[in-house]
Design a protein around this ligand. Structure first.
Ligand code: DAH
Length: 341
């Protein structure tokens, strides 16, 4: 007769839905055993083995039906309706992406400094990408923002644009804040967003990355406010005293424009692989909002002044943790991501 324990083990596997049981070495060994038996025992044993195989097939079908009952797939259902019940999920849970976790920290610092957050967008038009930011038509400065465009055009006959910077939101934020500004409430907004560039990829360049734009407008605002705001933020984020320097730069939407350089928070100016052994890092672009940009948003530049900046969030986070390659963020590499979970 068939070994009782062996038969029970096989049935248990079938009940659990293990389809490999029909091809298992154990089942095959029973058929092999059949051939070795004396002729008068073969009939009964053969029947028993066939019966067992039928039972296993039925148990497998039952297990399949039960699994489908647990997780019926409705392809028309929205969102996570089709998500299997937790007992069918692997036990390891996911975690927040490090960039999003750091963004929460960054925004929290700016909230405490009186800024509100406005989300950027991932598809836009020529006016917000260039026109509203004082880029004349066909101006070579547009070449610095080489990004992706649709072949389909908008009502002005221009392509839609995957934004190359979060500055696309400046005009919108200032228009929205104008009434408040005139009632005595400064415009103070930070704008996180995903941006795109047609880049050759390397350890420092990605086609997709994140920026945080800042816009501040009120009466009597000057470059000293800009530098103090950014220095305060950076010291809070890195949790230490830092030195900052400004260098003159050119952006069409600010005048004057600066590049802000910060002492390396990783090595405190000693020189390391993060700061290319110089002790300093060119971190972000900033400046006093150009009068034409204020005017375009309906704000009188004779009465109000403001500052703006745009910083790469990936860069900021790389400097905090000594991450050597920006491509890790979008790579989906679990060994990288798990270090932050
Ligand atoms: N949009 C610029 C870039 O991506 C960064 C920038 C510079 C933003 C100066 C600003 C600014 O708001 O004032 O290169």
């Amino acid at each position: 007769m068939i070994d009782h324990k062996l038969a029970e083990d096989l049935k248990k596997r079938a009940k659990e839905g293990d389809t490999a049981v029909l091809r298992s070495a154990e089942l095959k060994s029973l058929f092999d055993q059949l051939k070795t038996l004396p002729a008068d025992e073969r009939g009964a044993f053969g029947q028993a083995v066939n019966k067992l195989r039928t039972e296993l097939t039925e148990l497998l079908n039952q297990a399949k039906d039960e699994a489908e009952e647990l997780a019926p797939i409705d392809i028309t259902a929205p969102l996570d309706i089709n998500t299997p019940r937790p007992e069918l999920l692997p036990s390891e849970q996911g975690s927040q992406h490090p960039l999003m976790a750091e963004l929460a920290t960054i925004l929290d610092i700016f909230y405490r400094m009186g800024f509100t957050a406005v989300e950027s967008r991932e598809i836009d038009d020529d006016y917000h990408m260039f026109g509203s930011l004082n880029f004349p038509e066909d101006h070579p400065a547009r070449d610095d923002y080489d990004t992706f465009m649709t072949t389909q055009t908008d009502v002005h006959g221009k392509p839609f644009i995957a934004p190359a910077h979060t500055s696309i939101m400046q005009n919108r934020v200032m228009k929205a804040g104008k009434a408040g500004l005139e009632a005595g409430q400064a415009i103070a907004a930070v704008i996180p967003g995903r941006v795109f560039r047609n880049e050759d990829l390397d350890a420092r360049h990605e086609h997709t990355f994140y920026q945080l734009e800042g816009v501040y407008v009120d009466k009597g605002i000057h470059a000293g406010n800009l530098i103090a705001t950014l220095k305060t933020f950076l010291q809070e984020y890195y949790g230490k005293e830092l030195d900052v320097k400004t260098q003159p730069f050119y952006f069409p939407f600010t005048e004057p424009s600066f590049e802000l350089t910060v002492s390396c928070p990783f090595c405190d100016k000693k020189g390391c692989h993060i700061c290319s052994r110089t002790g300093w890092i060119e971190l972000l672009g900033c400046g006093m909002i150009h009068p034409n940009v204020l005017k375009e948003a309906g704000i009188d530049p004779n009465e109000y002044t403001g500052f703006a900046w745009g910083m790469g969030i990936d860069r900021l986070v790389m400097m905090k943790y000594g991450i050597e390659d920006v491509r890790h963020f979008e790579s989906g590499r679990l060994d990288f991501l798990r270090q932050f979970s």
